[in-house]
Design a protein around this ligand. Structure first.
Ligand code: BG6
Length: 459
């Protein structure tokens, strides 16, 4: 069967500043929480490889953008580093302005639409020391930073993304100990989540006031929540998981309001964040033009069977347990489930319950541990498994579009194998492999395949 995508479909990949630029303390950049955390607890990072050790996009952006063109990209997402642009929190770093101007101009010169994120987990240490997302001050600071970016680069950026996966900042930093500042406290987590959505809304409001030519959105990792069975207790478990991990961000971003059921649960358990008068109007002003969807794997849940010990602090997990469904297909090289149809379910949910908001797949990808095992005699990674993975997801996207979904593009995570937080270089995801020592880039088999897909607008 031939799968042809709508004209103008965005083909590309995504990366982020902290994961690709390197130059961690070069060009005037100040430390982020990642630089700080690596300095204080390097053993928590895979292979003790920290954020200074990346694919050096800061120096090699030209070479990389040429490779993007070679493998058929017509669009690419990366992010701006807040700590590079405003190192002391307030003064603009001209070197950073020059760098991002050069990146954006180079992308445009190669016919690649720039999608630019403002925050991809990389809180500047300067703001973290003042409370980070727990502090209302950070909301205003973020909006100022966003406004500066819009004014500097907004004449050329096709699409802005305020945040990447805000729920991961909340889970990692304030619930489950995999991001700095490693707190485990639901009430603080709720405040952080709330402040990020206020910061998002304030940034959208600033963007609208400038009447620039592009669009603005947010990138959410939408994780469909599937119940073990149709028993009411399992259905309730999956409803609540969906509320905490998807709708707590999706509803304010698309509808400008929080789900009432979420507010009810938080009130019942005395976990409401501090809210100020006027916040409702601000959230309503944060409605997006375009939603970026990151999809890796679904969440399968069942009703909680084991009682929570009295005195255990409040967590979303009070309401459900993960369900290891027998027979589910797993990625043997990363341990995550592969469920291609999940991407269709997300798109159809957006069509039916979110006004068919324009969307695109901003990340989807297959992490592979020990990918050097698949290097052929010619030095190329023969990642047929990744081709199958992408093709399987694209088929479901195609079906969703045929059924009326407003999905406009597909970006793989990621372009070149990149540094990934605590996992560093453990899982490789790129279209292009990276030799960390020599910095040599080699297009993988999937990169060559993708070039054809993009040129044919399908497969
Ligand atoms: C996504 C993030 O959630 O997952 C990326 O947006 C991250 O920043 C990617 O690198 C892969 O994560 P991991 O842990 O498998 O390397």
């Amino acid at each position: 069967m031939q799968y042809t995508f709508p004209e103008g479909f965005w083909w590309g990949s995504a990366s982020s500043a902290a994961q690709s630029e390197g130059a961690a303390n070069v060009g005037g950049k100040a430390p982020t929480i990642w630089d700080h955390w690596f300095e204080t607890e390097p053993h928590r990072f895979h292979g003790q490889v920290g954020p200074a050790n990346t694919s050096t996009f800061y120096e090699r952006y030209r070479e990389d953008i040429a490779l993007m063109e070679q493998i058929g990209h017509n669009s690419f997402r990366t992010s701006i580093s807040w700590a590079r642009l405003l190192p002391d929190g307030h003064t603009v770093n001209q070197e950073a302005v020059d760098f991002y101007n050069k990146v954006i101009d180079e992308l445009l010169a190669k016919g690649i639409k720039p999608f630019i994120g403002l925050f991809h987990f990389d809180m500047p240490m300067y703001w973290q020391e003042q409370g980070g997302w727990e502090s209302r001050e950070t909301v205003a600071a973020f909006a100022k930073y966003a406004e500066l970016c819009f004014k500097l680069f907004g004449d050329r950026v096709a699409c802005w993304m305020t945040f990447n996966e805000p729920v991961v900042v909340v889970e990692g930093g304030y619930l489950y100990d995999f991001h700095y500042p490693n707190q485990m406290d639901f009430k603080r987590a709720a405040q952080v989540a709330y402040h990020m959505m206020l910061a998002h809304s304030l940034a959208v409001k600033c963007y609208r006031a400038l009447s620039l030519p592009g669009q603005i959105g947010i990138v959410l990792n939408l994780t469909p929540s599937y119940p073990r069975s149709s028993h009411p207790a399992d259905l309730k478990a999956s409803f609540i998981a969906d509320l905490f991990f998807n709708r707590a961000f999706l509803d304010p971003a698309v509808k400008g309001v929080y789900p009432q059921e979420l507010i009810d649960i938080l009130r019942e358990h005395d976990q409401m964040p501090v809210v100020q008068s006027g916040d409702g109007e601000l959230l309503a002003a944060g409605k997006i033009d375009l939603l970026g969807i990151n999809y890796y794997q679904p969440r399968r849940v069942k009703a909680r069977m084991t009682a929570i010990n009295p005195g255990t602090p409040f967590l979303p997990d009070w309401f459900f347990e993960n369900y290891e469904m027998p027979g589910r297909k797993m990625n043997p090289y990363r341990g995550w489930e592969i469920y291609e149809r999940g991407i269709y379910d997300i798109l159809i949910n957006l069509r039916d319950n979110y006004g068919n908001i324009p969307s695109y797949i901003s990340e989807n990808g297959m992490g592979v541990e020990g990918e050097h095992r698949f290097i052929g005699e010619d030095g190329q990674v023969k990642d047929d498994y990744r081709i199958d993975f992408i093709r399987g997801h694209l088929q479901w996207i195609h079906t969703a579009i045929a059924e009326g979904s407003n999905c406009r593009g597909y970006h793989l995570w990621t372009f070149i194998d990149n540094w990934s937080w605590m996992n560093a270089y453990k899982n490789r995801y790129g279209f292009i492999s990276l030799d960390l020592d020599s910095q040599k880039r080699t297009v993988k088999k999937s990169g060559e395949w993708f070039a054809d897909v993009s040129r044919n607008n399908g497969f």
